[in-house]
Design a protein around this ligand. Structure first.
Ligand code: C2E
Ligand code: MG
Ligand code: MG
Length: 706
């Protein structure tokens, strides 16, 4: 039924709603015109027939009635003649004659106008009876004129009375016929009117039915599709872009449907783009931190581990080989990480994400029954295997090294943010200790907390002389002569024993307490230089200065006062600054460095290559030395790509008239590689570990005195 209806709509109705509506209104208009035209013609017909009726039938009735009256009149005239005297009979005969003529004329006229056979026959009989009646009263007149009253009476009774009666009967029949005819006409009019009424009602009902039908068709071809469009629009609003508006049978709705579908596709595309931008790293196409956190928001982290990985020396690759090379390195490392984690990711046991810079995060889970530590060990193997071949970036071959910070989820790990933070702590520890990887341990956390109490101890450490200055020699690579030392702080804690500066210096820096350490070390260094003034005037001492010191505007003044107080050559004092310390607020730091430089003190950029300074920026810094970080030096003899980097740094340093020193040299091979690369001097365990007390004195004894 429904199909037949749809077939009808499809087959016979135009597809445009406007045409359908026009057609509907046209049809209703036609029906209305039909009703009006039909009513008008019927009314005209009825009025025409009424006129005809008035003109013909009523007139005829009147004439017939006249005829009857005339017959009555002529009978009365006969009675008059019957009783009149002779002189009065003459006008009576004339009256009877006149009546007779009149009756004849009427019969004739009625006969001529009659269109009814029965009426014609009746008129003929009337004419016959009239003639018989006339003959009878002529006979009567003869008897009267013969003055024979008995004969007249007999003729009257035997001839005139029956003839008159017959004539009257016929005229009565004619009158009845005329009345009947009028009655019949009236009945006909009534039935015509009733028929017209029926027709008008029928056409009106038909028009109403058509209206209902059209309303239904309009509803199904306009309202239904519009409802469908509304539903689709709501679906789009709800973010369901896959449900499409189905094709409809009406042009306009189909057009709007197509427009909605196009809009939904466009929104879906744009949303996908926005999602891509919001949740994916544009360079590597890997999920970002937000997506990682969102994905594991509600999930249990039981038997999960977080591996946080940093591309080592990315900054210096960017600076020396260009950002394009750095980007290629990131993309290539992300590809290799994908390959290394592919198998686990397929089973939803690994989720690789890219954080900012050259940092990646890998959340992994142990398969059922497996141990997470085994999973991590396998992953580390796979990743290191994938990274074993250098990355080809254009003309350069770059070693893709990763530093790992690993944290395992335990009962206290509340959420993924906590797990990531633990991995960050581990990564930080790995970098601090120049290790390839470090696992987060509760001991680390405990030690972090322990540092707080350590800080209060540090206050007394300065006063109680618990600090020591150790000196590590710096050697010219050209003749292997020692020309100075780096001063390194040591803390001999009364309860905890020896505490590494790597452990307390970063925390002392964060709390600002490092200034006291710097002041203490500076004083020690200047005092030592003063003590060497005569014996070793060629030796210099470099003191490490923290970011906090560079914030203090009075720092250069304090240094100058010390130098003045102990009368030392400012050229023998050097300060080691980190890139981050300068870059934190170059606007403040540079004038401060200039003030220090104007005193005549040497300035060195420590740990060069690990920070974020721009090489171009170095030109603006009033520094005299560049200290290449230990991470470049480790096994440099085995890494041609690192050699290239270091060579570029050395050449660039020389280009800026800087003395270039490499720190952390542990082997002969490393030292020889640095000699080959044109490095000026070195510092490291291969020459000597930091020295103190007798060991220092023994070392000094080997040096030529002034
Ligand atoms: P740094 O300034 O880069 O110092 C070099 C560090 O590398 C020293 O560690 C030194 O002992 C170590 N080192 C030198 N040669 C070798 C080597 O051949 N192999 C290895 N594995 N290590 C080598 P230390 O003394 O533990 O100092 C660590 C860091 O603590 C320093 O790094 C410096 O940033 C900071 N620090 C040390 N003393 C002071 C200080 O008096 N003031 C400030 N502000 N920071 C200090
Ligand atoms: Mg240093
Ligand atoms: Mg250093």
């Amino acid at each position: 039924m429904k199909n037949a209806y749809l077939y009808f709509i499809d087959r016979f109705l135009p597809r445009r709603i406007s045409y359908r509506l026009a057609l509907s209104y046209l049809l209703i208009l036609c029906l209305f015109v039909i009703v009006v035209v039909r009513s008008v013609t019927q009314v005209q017909d009825i009025s025409r027939r009424s006129q005809e009726f008035a003109r013909n039938d009523l007139q005829k009735l009147l004439q017939v009635q006249n005829l009857a009256l005339d017959i009555e009149g002529s009978t009365s005239a006969l009675v008059l003649i019957f009783n009149a005297t002779q002189d009065k009979r003459k006008p009576a005969y004339d009256a009877v004659d006149a009546k007779k003529k009149h009756i004849d004329q009427l019969i004739q006229k009625l006969g001529a106008e009659s269109d009814d056979e029965v009426q014609t026959l009746c008129l003929q009989r009337l004419d016959v009876t009239h003639q018989e009646f006339r003959q009878s009263y002529l006979n009567l007149f003869d008897e009267i004129e013969l003055d024979n009253p008995d004969g007249a009476k007999r003729v009257f009774e035997t001839q005139v009375a029956p003839a008159r009666q017959a004539f009257l009967t016929e005229s009565g029949i004619l009158l009845d016929l005329a009345k009947k005819r009028i009655q019949q006409r009236q009945d006909e009019e009534q039935s015509d009117l009733a028929r017209l009424k029926l027709q008008v009602i029928a056409v009106s009902i038909f028009a109403v039915l058509c209206g209902i039908g059209l309303a239904f068709i309009t509803q199904s071809s306009v309202v239904q599709p519009l409802t469908m469009l509304e539903k689709s629009a709501l679906q789009i609003a709800a973010g369901n872009y896959t449900s499409k508006v189905p094709p409809t049978r009406t042009t306009e709705v189909a057009q709007v449907g197509r427009a909605l579908n196009t809009m939904a596709d466009a929104i879906a595309l744009r949303e996908a783009e926005i999602e891509q931008l919001a949740y994916y790293d544009p360079l590597s196409n890997l999920p970002n931190r937000i997506l990682l956190l969102k994905t594991f928001e509600q999930q249990s982290l039981h038997e999960h581990a977080m591996l946080l990985m940093d591309i080592a020396r990315l900054k210096i690759v960017n600076e020396t080989l260009g950002f394009g090379t750095g980007d290629t390195l990131i993309v290539e490392v992300s590809q290799r990480l994908k390959l290394a984690t592919e198998a686990l990711a397929q089973n939803h046991h690994a989720f690789l994400a890219k954080f900012s810079g050259g940092q990646f995060a890998l959340l992994c889970a142990a398969p059922d029954g497996g141990l997470i530590k085994d999973v991590v060990a396998d992953l580390l193997n796979n990743i290191n295997h994938q990274l074993s071949t250098p990355v080809q970036c254009g003309n350069h071959s770059v070693d893709a090294n990763l530093v790992f910070g690993i944290a395992l989820a335990n009962n206290e790990t509340r959420d993924l943010t906590g797990l990531i933070r633990n991995a960050e702590v581990a990564l930080y520890a790995a970098k601090e200790n120049t290790l390839m990887s470090a696992w987060y341990s509760d001991a680390q956390e405990a030690s972090r907390l322990g540092h707080l109490s350590l800080l209060s101890d540090l206050r007394s450490a300065v006063q109680n002389n618990e600090l020591q200055m150790w000196l590590q020699p710096k050697i010219h690579l050209s003749d292997l002569s020692c020309y100075g030392f780096e001063a390194l702080v040591r803390w001999q804690h009364p309860q905890r024993g020896f505490i590494s500066p790597a452990e307390f210096v970063p925390f002392a820096e964060r709390t600002g307490y490092i200034n006291r350490v710097t002041d203490w070390m500076l004083k020690q260094a200047v005092q030592t230089l003063a003590s060497w003034r005569d014996s070793y005037p060629q030796l210099s001492i470099a003191v490490n200065v923290s970011t906090n010191d560079l914030r203090d505007q009075h720092f250069p003044e304090r240094v100058r006062q010390l130098i003045d107080q102990y009368q030392v050559n400012p050229a023998n004092l050097q300060l080691e600054l980190t890139e981050s310390g300068i870059m934190e607020n170059p606007g403040n730091a540079i004038p401060l460095l200039q003030a220090l430089r104007s005193i005549g003190i040497g300035l060195s950029i420590d740990d060069f290559g690990t920070g974020h300074s721009s090489l171009a920026y170095l030109q603006k810094l009033p520094v005299s030395e560049l200290k290449i970080d230990r991470s470049f030096v480790i096994n440099i003899d085995q890494h041609p790509s690192t050699q290239k980097l270091v060579k570029t740094i050395v050449e660039m340093g020389h280009g800026l008239n800087l003395h270039v020193i490499a720190e952390g040299i542990e082997t002969l091979a490393e030292r020889e590689a640095l000699v080959a690369l044109g490095c000026d001097s070195m510092q490291g365990y291969f020459a000597s570990k930091p020295l103190h007390g007798d060991a220092l004195q023994n070392w000094l004894n080997t040096l030529p005195k002034a």
